[in-house]
Ligand binder design. Structure first.
Ligand code: GLU
Length: 305
């Protein structure tokens, strides 16, 4: 009998298209880390940004996970059904003076802002109230310049000064949709997630998420950011960079490519084994020491075409 575990991990894809090699790495990495720790592994469909969602993509992703033997625990949570909860939390943030309405357009911000690590740093124009004759467009969270820090299991100590490096960030967008940063924090807390394993493209979002967790009185999970898969041009695999979809045609070869990308070394004879045998080996031998400090790695060439 495995020892009881409180570990609860998750994979949280956005259904903007089928899984590609990079998103499969996050799925497999979060799954193996959870199972290695005898934990639970949940899947959450992040279908919050409805204009970017593609009909049928969520089902396609779930079928692909199943084909790769990545079976999840519990019911799937869909963000599109959580709007009322997000709205209630926004009101709570507003009530404690942590969120405020903002009238600025993208262009106004771009014209007046300094450039930070993720685009323009909001200059705080609406912090102390909307200018006369202007209507609220988005809602932002008031940040400060105290260091927001955490220790990432692979990337080490991360420290951000949110106010100067990011600026007051959007929690409800001008198009009325809730922002990823708010939804992810609320859903990780709602699902009692203890360990977040995901791609390093989200490393710089984590301080915003920790900042929100503190404002809302939520626990902070442990974080581990895996290297992202990049193409020959050094671009992250994505729909925009035309990354090919992962197919269920050659599951074992693809699983081996993912494991090798993550610097796991399954024995060659397992290439003749079943998906369950490969995953079983990987759960038992999961060890990420070789990836310390690694933010990106080239995608194996065979997975790019
Ligand atoms: N939905 C996000 C994505 O597909 C991942 C969010 C997360 O893991 O926190 O990039």
């Amino acid at each position: 009998m495995p020892p009881p575990s409180t570990y609860r991990g998750r994979f949280a894809p956005s259904p903007t298209g089928p899984l590609h090699f990079g998103s499969l790495v996050a799925a497999v990495g979060s799954y193996l880390d959870a199972r290695h720790h005898h934990g639970q592994w949940l899947v959450r469909i992040e279908d919050l940004d409805t204009p970017r969602c593609v009909p049928g993509a969520a089902d396609n992703i779930l079928r692909t996970l199943e084909a790769f033997g990545l079976h999840w625990d519990e019911a799937i949570l869909c963000q599109s059904r959580r709007t009322a909860a997000y709205e209630a939390t926004l009101q709570q943030l507003q009530a404690i003076g942590a969120a405020y309405p903002c009238a600025c357009t993208r262009k106004e911000i771009a014209d007046s802002a300094l450039h930070g690590i993720e685009g323009p740093v909001y200059p705080g124009t609406c912090r102390n109230g909307l200018p006369a004759d202007r209507d609220a467009r988005a809602w932002r969270v008031r940040t400060n310049n105290q260091p927001t820090e955490f220790n990432d299991a692979l990337q080490g100590h991360i420290n951000q000064h949110l106010e100067s490096e990011i600026g007051d960030f959007v929690v409800k967008r001008a198009d009325g949709l809730f922002a990823y940063q708010l939804a992810v924090v609320m859903d990780d807390a709602f699902q009692n997630i203890t360990h977040v394993v995901r791609g390093a493209d989200l490393l710089h979002s984590t301080p915003r998420q920790i900042y929100l967790q503190r404002l809302l009185g939520y626990a902070t999970p442990a974080y581990m950011h895996l290297p992202i898969a990049v193409n020959a041009q050094g671009e992250k695999l994505s729909k925009q960079t035309l990354a090919p979809a992962v197919t269920a045609d050659d599951v074992i070869a693809t699983l081996f490519a993912v494991l090798e990308f993550l610097r796991q070394q399954p024995p060659a004879e397992l290439r003749q084994g079943s998906v369950e045998e490969v995953l079983g080996w990987a759960i038992k031998n999961w060890q990420l020491g070789k990836l310390k400090g690694c933010l990106q790695l080239p995608t194996p060439a065979c997975r790019l075409s």
